[in-house]
Design a protein around this ligand. Structure first.
Ligand code: FMN
Length: 366
């Protein structure tokens, strides 16, 4: 079955895309994922000066189900890529050469300086990547350098920085939103005003995964200390679904949405698509299950399309959006349904209470 979808002119062999993070760490893992059947990938976020990026260990934490031990939530305090930009430029070139039909999106982030953003955009664009995703959303670490969600939390900065990039970009630009904001529509609309053709949502939610009751230290603990990090995996999915639906109802039709947050199987992916996402990105799911999870994603979506009579992936996108309403409207609909049920019941009673010949006569015109 053809699962391809064209988004902002980019033809994805299927809508399943690796989310920026460990699944897109280098050319080797990207190649392995494309071989496994992923339609596209957003590589790990890159910047001009990798020497400024120093990661800590441990940097992950899990929230498990009390009854089964299954991982429900995942926290990380990982920074963007700590690999030199020159290495990345070579690898972007290499991946695009070997996989011309897969979509490779470069995630970029820089300090608040026009020349730096434009230099990075030009360098990366020259490698032949298909599109950009602007990381306005990493909620930890990078914020201390006024990067990531420091930009995404301020719509004026989001618009300005997006416009710096779109001024020099010849390929589609997506802006990745932080959920750590009251109204996600505001930074999204700002990015669109700055020239973004797509919105990716969501990045991680600020969190503290727990506290060690022996040492009294919050986690993840590095040399006895901690910073809040980004929460992902299935626990965040309902919040991501709400935000994606809010975006889909608010932004122009020609702006695409890439849905992200807690997707672990085809059921989850379909929910995002039905609420307006043309592609879905998966990061923690791949870290926990491996790249082979794409097999189930494909099979599940194919089965759904056959069962429901969808002829293309595009037809699924946004199909459930018309069923959102206002609370007041729900109340009115409920009252109307009650009245109609009561009407039916009283009609039924009439038949039961009257002799059938009497009722027949009543309904006869001659
Ligand atoms: C360990 C880890 C590292 C991540 N690194 C990045 C990154 O470099 N750039 C980025 O835009 N998002 C990054 N993310 C965020 C993910 O791309 C994604 O938006 C988020 O985790 C929610 O999706 P998920 O539940 O499928 O992981 C990272 C997430 C994790 C768990």
């Amino acid at each position: 079955m053809d699962l391809s979808i064209t988004v902002n002119g980019m033809k994805f062999p299927n809508p399943f895309v690796l989310g920026s993070g460990p699944p897109g760490t280098n050319a080797r893992v990207l190649a392995k994922s494309f071989d496994a059947g992923w339609g596209g990938a957003v590589a790990k976020t890159v910047s001009l000066e990798s020497a400024k990026v120093v990661n800590v260990v441990p940097r992950y934490g899990k929230l498990r189900s009390r009854s089964t031990g299954e991982v429900i939530g995942f926290e990380n305090i990982e920074l963007i890529s700590d690999r030199p930009i020159d290495v990345w430029l070579d690898e972007f070139r290499q991946v695009k050469k070997e996989y011309p039909n897969h979509i490779l999106i470069a995630s970029i982030m820089e300090e608040y300086e026009k020349s730096r953003w434009q230099e990075l955009t030009r360098m990366v664009q020259d490698t032949g990547v298909d599109g950009f995703e602007l990381n306005f959303s990493c909620p930890h670490g990078m914020t201390e350098r006024k990067m990531g969600s420091e930009m995404g939390e301020h719509p004026d900065l989001t618009q300005e920085v997006t416009s710096w990039v779109t001024e020099v970009a010849k390929i589609p630009v997506w802006a990745k939103m932080t959920p750590n904001i009251t109204n996600i529509r505001e930074p999204a609309q700002a990015a669109i005003a700055g020239g973004a053709k797509g919105i990716s949502a969501i990045n991680t939610i600020l969190s503290v995964i727990g506290v060690d009751l022996d040492t009294l230290r919050p986690m993840p603990t590095v040399e006895g200390y901690c910073v809040p990090g980004g929460y992902s995996a299935q626990a965040v999915r309902p919040i991501a679904l709400r935000m994606v639906s809010q975006l889909a109802l608010a932004i122009p039709d020609d702006v695409s949405i890439s849905g992200i947050g807690g997707i672990e199987n085809s059921h989850d992916a379909l929910e995002f698509m039905l609420l307006g996402a043309s592609t879905v990105q998966i990061c923690t799911g791949v870290m926990l299950q491996g790249v082979k999870m794409v097999d189930e994603l494909k099979e599940g979506v194919e089965k759904f399309m056959t069962d429901k009579g969808f002829n293309s992936v595009q037809e699924i996108v946004g199909k459930s959006l018309p069923y959102f309403s206002t609370h007041m409207d729900l109340v009115q609909k409920m009252k109307a349904a009650k009245r109609s049920k009561a009407g039916e019941a009283s009609r039924d009673n009439e038949w039961a209470q009257k002799d059938i010949t009497e009722k027949t006569a009543e309904l006869t015109s001659n």
